[in-house]
Design a protein around this ligand. Structure first.
Ligand code: FES
Ligand code: FES
Length: 167
């Protein structure tokens, strides 16, 4: 069964017809040519397909495109304006990537992490559920734990998120 949906992707409205079984990741990559979100595991276990969906980070390999008709999608490519987004710049400054395959997902996730903490959302390691969470290194590690990097850029990624979180 096919359905027609509209998505705003990095500021541009796109309309497409999709099989209702199509994941948002496949719709973005295979149908719209948006290759910033990567297909790592396709099973919700690596985070490389992460985008911001209506402002919150989501795994697009676990989302059906048809369920997000009308949504606003921001990929890592769409975060930059005339200058790099502060998270992108911090990844560059702290050498937070190596092969770069996981990087678009890491960057989108990091933007989500900083925003979620600002909004007061606790994580599994938050002690005081009443106070706004401080992004300690343990908090950052926990909140970024859904994004795997196979080549060991974790120290740089942690440093990048720490810098943005505390700026
Ligand atoms: Fe989506 Fe791995 S490709 S979590
Ligand atoms: Fe993340 Fe290599 S930089 S997998």
């Amino acid at each position: 069964m096919e359905a027609t949906i509209s998505l705003t992707v990095d500021g541009t409205e796109r309309t497409l017809s999709v099989d209702t079984r199509t994941t948002l990741l496949d719709a973005l990559r295979e149908r719209l040519g948006e290759t910033s979100p990567k297909k790592g595991c396709d099973h919700g276990q690596c985070g490389s397909c992460t985008v911001l969906l209506d402002g919150r980070r989501h795994l697009t390999c676990l989302a059906l495109a048809v369920a997000y008709d009308g949504a606003e999608v921001v990929t890592a490519s769409g975060l930059a304006g005339d200058d790099l987004h502060p998270v992108q710049q911090a990844f560059l400054d702290h050498d937070g990537y190596q092969c770069g395959y996981c990087t678009p997902g890491q960057v989108c996730s990091a933007v989500g992490v900083v925003d979620e903490a600002k909004q007061g959302h606790p994580s599994h390691v938050t002690d005081d559920l009443e106070a706004d969470p401080e992004l300690s290194d343990d908090e950052i590690r926990e909140r970024m734990s859904g994004n795997l990097c196979r080549c060991g850029a974790y120290p740089g990624i942690l440093a990048a998120v720490r810098e943005v979180a505390h700026s």
